[in-house]
Design a binder for this molecule. Structure first.
Ligand code: HEC
Ligand code: HEC
Ligand code: HEC
Ligand code: HEC
Ligand code: HEC
Ligand code: HEC
Ligand code: HEC
Ligand code: HEC
Ligand code: HEC
Ligand code: HEC
Length: 319
C-alpha cells in the first residue's frame, strides 16, 4: 500500500511535471529570450571586443542623442542600451572598427541590414506585450520592419517615429485610408482624440486586420462602444456579424460614418421584404401619411433601434 502510494504519487508528479513543462513551453521561451537581452553583451563579445561608447562618440558625436537622451538612454531600465553596452548594444562590439579608424566592414551598419535582420535586432529586446506577436504579422511578412517606421537617431515624433504624427507615418504607405480622415464624418483621429493605434496594433495582433482588441471586428468596436455589444432580445443579424457592414471605421461622407445612405443602406439586403421593397413604390407607404416622413432619416424614422432591441415588441426594431 505504502509503496503503491509512493509509485502512484511519483507517477502523478511526473505527469504533472510533463504537463507543466508543456504548458509553460511558451512562457519559458519568452522568458529565455527576455534573458537574452541581458546576456546580449557577452554574446556579442564573442565576436569581438568592446570599445565603449565614449570611444565611439569621439568620432560619431552627431549620434550622441541616441544614448544620452530619449528612451534608449533610460539607464534606470537594466535592459536599456544605456545600461548595457551603449552604441554597441545595437551595433555590436566595435573595438576593431574604432582601432581601424572607422573601417565600415568591421561594424554593423543597421540601415544596410536586410529588414528581417534589423527587426530581429530590435526584437532581441522588444519581444513582449505589444510586440509579442510581431513574428509573421502582416507588416513583418511584407518586409515592413521596425526601422521602416522608427528611427533611433533621427526620430521626428514620439515614440521614435519617422514622421511627426502617426497618421502622417501611416500615410506614407496607406494613403487612401488616411485620406478618409478628411471625409465629412470620421473618427476623431484628425482631432488627435484617437490614433490609428487606438484600433490597430501595427506590431501584430490576434484579430484580423491587425485590430488591437478582441478576435472579431465587432469585439474591436465594442471594446469602446460597449452599449452596442448586446446581447439583445431581438438581434439584427448584420450587427451581430460585423459593424463594418454598415460603418466605415475610417470615415465616410454619410452621417455616422455609414457606408451608404438609408434607404440604400438597408436595401442592399432588404429588397424582398413584405413591406417596402423600396420606400417609393411600396403599397404600404406610397401616398400614406408616413411617406413624406421618409426623407432624411428614411427607414430609421421608424426602425430606430437598428442595432437591436430589448423590448418584447421590438422584433422590427421600432422600439
Ligand atoms: C576613429 C574614429 C571612429 C571611431 C572611434 C568609431 N567610428 Fe564608426 N565610423 C567611423 C568612420 C570614419 C565611419 C564612416 C566610414 C565610411 O563612411 O567610409 C564610420 C562608420 C560607422 C558606422 C556605419 C557603418 C556602415 O556600414 O555604414 C557605424 C554603425 C559606426 N561607425 C558605429 C561606430 C560605433 C558603434 C563605434 C564605437 C564602438 C564607432 N563607430 C567608433 C569612424 C569611427
Ligand atoms: C539592448 C536592448 C534594446 C535594443 C536592442 C533596442 N531597444 Fe528600444 N528600448 C529599449 C529599452 C530598455 C527602452 C526603454 C523602455 C523604458 O521606457 O524603460 C526602449 C525604448 C524604445 C522605444 C520607445 C518606447 C517609449 O515608450 O517611448 C522605441 C520606439 C524603441 N525602443 C524602438 C527600438 C527599435 C526600433 C530598435 C531596433 C533598431 C530598438 N528599440 C532596439 C531596449 C532596446
Ligand atoms: C537602440 C539601437 C541603437 C543604438 C543604441 C545606437 N544605434 Fe546607431 N543606428 C541604429 C539604427 C536602427 C540605425 C539606422 C538609422 C536610424 O534608425 O536612425 C543606426 C544608424 C547609425 C549610423 C549610420 C549608419 C547606418 O547604419 O545607418 C551610425 C554611424 C550610428 N548608428 C552610430 C551609432 C553610435 C555612435 C551610437 C552610440 C552613440 C549608436 N549608433 C547607438 C540603432 C542604434
Ligand atoms: C507600421 C509601422 C510600425 C512598425 C513596422 C513598427 N512600429 Fe513600433 N510603433 C509604431 C507606432 C505608430 C507606435 C505608437 C503606437 C503604439 O504604441 O502602438 C509604436 C510604438 C512602439 C514602441 C513603444 C510603445 C510601447 O508601449 O511599447 C516600441 C518600443 C516599438 N514601437 C518598437 C517597435 C519594434 C521593436 C518594431 C519591430 C519589431 C516596431 N516597433 C515596428 C509603428 C510601428
Ligand atoms: C513602409 C510602409 C508601411 C507603413 C509606414 C505602414 N504600413 Fe501598414 N502595411 C504595409 C504593408 C505592405 C501591409 C501588407 C498589405 C497587405 O497585405 O495587403 C500593411 C498592412 C497593414 C494592415 C493590415 C491589413 C490586412 O489586410 O491585414 C493594417 C491594419 C495596417 N497596415 C495599418 C498600418 C498603420 C495603422 C500604420 C501607421 C501606424 C501603418 N500600417 C504603416 C505597409 C506599411
Ligand atoms: C475606429 C477604429 C479604427 C481606426 C481609428 C482606424 N482603423 Fe483601420 N481598420 C479598422 C477596421 C475595423 C478595419 C477592418 C475593416 C474591414 O474589415 O472592412 C480596418 C482596416 C484597416 C486596414 C486594412 C484595409 C483593407 O482594406 O484591408 C488598414 C491599412 C488600416 N485599417 C489602416 C488604418 C490607418 C492608417 C488608420 C489611421 C488613419 C486607421 N486604420 C484607423 C478600424 C480602425
Ligand atoms: C478606441 C475606442 C474606439 C473604438 C475601438 C471604436 N470607436 Fe467609434 N468612436 C469612438 C469615439 C471617441 C467616437 C467619437 C464620439 C464623439 O465624438 O462623441 C466614436 C464615434 C463613432 C461613431 C459615431 C460617429 C458620429 O458621426 O457620431 C460611430 C458610428 C462609430 N464610432 C462606430 C465605430 C465602429 C463601427 C467601430 C469598430 C470598427 C468603432 N467605432 C470603434 C471611439 C472608438
Ligand atoms: C445594419 C447596419 C448597421 C450595423 C451592422 C451597425 N450599425 Fe451602427 N448605426 C447604423 C445606423 C443606420 C446608425 C444611425 C442611427 C441613427 O441615426 O439613428 C448607426 C449609428 C451608430 C452609432 C452612433 C449613434 C449611436 O447610436 O450611438 C454608433 C456609435 C454605432 N452605430 C456603432 C455601431 C457598432 C459598434 C456596430 C457593431 C456592433 C454597429 N454600429 C453596427 C447602422 C448599423
Ligand atoms: C447586410 C444585410 C443587412 C442590412 C444592410 C440591413 N439588414 Fe436588416 N436584417 C438583415 C437580416 C439578415 C435580418 C434577419 C432576417 C430574418 O431573420 O428573417 C434583418 C432583419 C431586419 C428587421 C427585422 C425583420 C424581422 O422580421 O425580424 C428589420 C426591421 C430590419 N432588418 C431593418 C433594417 C433596416 C431599417 C436597415 C437599414 C438601416 C437594415 N435592416 C439593414 C440584414 C440586413
Ligand atoms: C413609417 C414607418 C416605417 C418606415 C419609414 C419603414 N418601416 Fe419597415 N416596418 C414598419 C412597421 C410598422 C413594420 C411592421 C412591424 C411588424 O410587422 O411587427 C415594419 C417591418 C419591416 C421589416 C420586417 C417585416 C418584413 O418585411 O418581413 C423590414 C425588413 C423593414 N420593415 C424594413 C424597412 C426598410 C428597409 C425601410 C426603409 C426602406 C423601412 N422598413 C421603412 C414601419 C416602417
Amino acid at each position: 500500500m505504502h509503496s503503491f502510494c509512493k509509485t502512484f504519487f511519483r507517477g502523478a508528479a511526473l505527469a504533472g511535471l510533463v504537463a507543466g513543462l508543456l504548458a509553460s513551453a511558451g512562457t519559458a521561451s519568452a522568458a529565455t529570450s527576455g534573458k537574452a537581452t541581458v546576456q546580449q553583451a557577452p554574446a556579442a563579445k564573442a565576436q569581438g571586443e568592446y570599445a565603449g561608447q565614449d570611444t565611439c562618440l569621439g568620432c560619431h558625436e552627431d549620434k550622441a542623442a541616441a544614448v544620452k537622451d530619449g528612451p534608449h538612454a533610460r539607464a534606470f531600465n537594466p535592459n536599456s542600451p544605456a545600461a548595457t553596452a551603449g552604441c554597441e548594444s545595437c551595433h555590436g562590439a566595435g573595438k576593431a572598427h574604432a582601432e581601424a579608424g572607422g573601417d565600415k566592414s568591421l561594424i554593423k551598419g543597421i540601415s544596410k541590414l536586410p529588414v528581417n535582420q534589423s527587426s530581429e535586432l530590435c526584437t532581441s529586446c522588444h519581444d513582449r506585450k505589444k510586440h509579442a506577436l510581431w513574428a509573421g504579422s502582416q507588416h513583418d511578412q511584407r518586409n515592413v520592419g521596425c526601422t521602416s517606421c522608427h528611427s533611433v537617431h533621427a526620430a521626428k515624433g514620439a515614440p521614435q517615429l519617422k514622421a511627426k504624427s502617426e497618421p502622417e507615418l501611416c500615410a506614407s504607405c496607406h494613403k487612401a485610408i488616411v485620406n478618409k480622415q478628411s471625409r465629412f464624418n470620421h473618427m476623431p483621429v484628425r482631432e488627435s482624440k484617437l490614433g490609428c493605434s487606438s484600433c490597430h496594433n501595427v506590431h501584430g495582433s490576434t484579430n484580423m486586420k491587425l485590430l488591437k482588441a478582441g478576435t472579431t471586428v465587432d469585439e474591436s468596436c465594442t471594446s469602446c462602444h460597449s452599449e452596442k455589444r448586446g446581447p439583445y432580445l431581438w438581434e439584427h443579424a448584420p450587427v451581430a456579424d460585423a459593424c463594418v457592414t454598415c460603418h466605415d471605421p475610417h470615415g465616410s461622407n454619410n452621417d455616422r460614418m455609414l457606408v451608404a445612405k438609408a434607404p440604400f443602406l438597408c436595401q442592399r439586403c432588404h429588397v424582398t421584404a413584405r413591406h417596402p421593397p423600396t420606400v417609393y413604390d411600396s403599397y404600404a407607404l406610397k401616398n400614406s401619411s408616413a411617406a413624406n416622413r421618409i426623407s432624411g432619416r428614411s427607414c430609421l424614422v421608424c426602425h430606430q433601434l437598428i442595432h437591436g432591441s430589448n423590448s418584447p415588441n421590438g422584433k422590427a426594431f421600432l422600439r
